[in-house]
Design a protein around this ligand. Structure first.
Ligand code: NDP
Length: 257
C-alpha cells in the first residue's frame, strides 16, 4: 500500500536517506527545507516532491499544510542540527573577556548572545518538531507513525543542542500518549555520529572524528542509511506496538541496559 510521507529537512544527510528509502518502497514522499537549491536537486534525483518551509515558523507551516495531501501516514521530524555551528558573535562580544566592563555592558551583551543562541537550538530541534506535529495533527492518518530524529547528545550532553534533543525525547513521551488512541505511534531515533551529512559544516576536526569513531563498539561511523533503516522499521506494520520509545542507533557509542 502506498503511503503519504513527510520528511522534514529531507534535502540532505539523514533526511535525504530517509526520503530515498521510502521512495524506493513506492511511497509518495514530500521533503522540506529552507534552501530551494538542495531541495530541487534532491527532489529530482529521488523522484519526490519538495516544499520550502522553515519548520520554526508557524505561518510557513500553515502554508505547507495547505500544500500537503489530505492525510499523512508517516511524519519524520528530522529537520534540525546544532545551531551553535552557525552562530555569529554579537558585535562587541568577541573581546568582552579582555575589555573593562565597569558598567556591565559587555556582560549584558554576552548574556543576550547566550540567550539568543540557546533559544536557537531549542527552536531548531524541539519547537520545530512540536509545531510541525501540532500543525499536522488532524491530518495524521489513524494507524500511522511519527518519528523524531533525536541525538546521542541528549544523553551525553552538548549544551543547548543536547538539551533540545533531550526535550524532544521528553515531549515525545507525551505525544505517544495523545496519538495512541488513534493507533498512531510516536518514537525517537537517536543517532550517534553520522558521516556524510552537512551537520558539522566544515568544523569537525580529524582528531574529533577519530575519537567519535573510536567511541563506537563497531569501529565505524554511522551512515545516513543506518538511520533510514531504523525510521522505516518504526513506521512499518512490524512496529505497531512500539511507541513512546527511544531507539539508539550509534554503533554502541552510548550503551543502555
Ligand atoms: P544536515 O545538516 O545534512 O541536515 C539537516 C537538514 O535539516 C538540512 O537539509 C536543513 O536544510 C534542514 N533544516 C534545518 N533546520 C530547518 C528548519 N528550521 N526548517 C526546515 N528545514 C531545516 O544534517 P543531518 O542529516 O545530520 O541532520 C538531520 C538530523 O539528525 C538533525 O535533527 C540532527 O540534529 C540529527 N543528528 C545528526 C547527527 C550527525 O552526526 N549527523 C547526530 C545526531 C543527530 P536547510 O538548511 O535548507 O533548511
Amino acid at each position: 500500500m502506498e503511503r503519504d510521507i513527510l520528511v522534514t529537512g529531507g534535502a540532505t544527510g539523514i533526511g535525504r536517506a530517509v526520503a530515498r528509502h521510502f521512495a524506493a518502497l513506492g511511497d509518495r514522499v514530500v521533503i522540506t527545507g529552507r534552501r530551494p537549491g538542495p531541495l530541487k536537486e534532491t527532489a529530482e534525483a529521488l523522484g519526490v516532491r519538495a516544499e520550502t518551509c522553515d519548520h520554526t515558523d508557524p505561518a510557513a507551516l500553515l502554508r505547507l499544510v495547505a500544500a500537503l495531501p489530505g492525510s499523512i501516514d508517516v511524519l519524520v521530524n528530522n529537520a534540525g542540527g546544532n545551531t551553535d555551528f552557525d552562530a555569529v558573535p554579537l558585535k562587541g562580544t568577541e573581546d568582552a573577556g579582555d575589555a573593562p566592563d565597569s558598567d556591565g555592558t559587555a556582560h549584558a551583551r554576552e548574556l543576550a548572545a547566550y540567550a539568543r543562541d540557546f533559544r536557537a537550538n531549542l527552536d531548531a530541534n524541539l519547537v520545530s518538531a512540536a509545531l510541525t506535529t501540532k500543525a499536522l495533527a488532524d491530518r495524521l492518518a489513524d494507524g500511522g507513525a511519527v518519528v523524531q530524529i533525536g541525538s546521542i547528545a541528549a544523553d551525553q550532553g552538548a549544551g543547548s543542542y543536547g538539551a533540545a534533543k533531550a526535550g524532544l525525547a521528553s515531549w515525545n513521551v507525551d505525544l505517544a500518549g495523545i496519538l495512541g488512541a488513534r493507533g498512531i505511534t510516536a518514537n525517537v531515533v537517536s543517532p550517534g555520529y553520522i558521516a556524510d551529512t552537512e551537520f558539522f559544516r566544515d568544523r569537525l576536526a580529524d582528531s574529533r572524528r577519530e575519537f567519535l569513531i573510536a567511541s563506537t563498539a563497531v569501529g565505524r561511523p554511522g551512515v545516513p542509511d543506518d538511520i533510514a533503516e531504523a525510521v522505516a522499521f518504526l513506521a512499518s506494520p512490524a512496529a505497531r506496538h512500539i511507541t513512546g520509545q527511544v531507539l539508539n542507533v550509534n554503533g554502541g557509542a552510548y550503551r543502555t541496559r
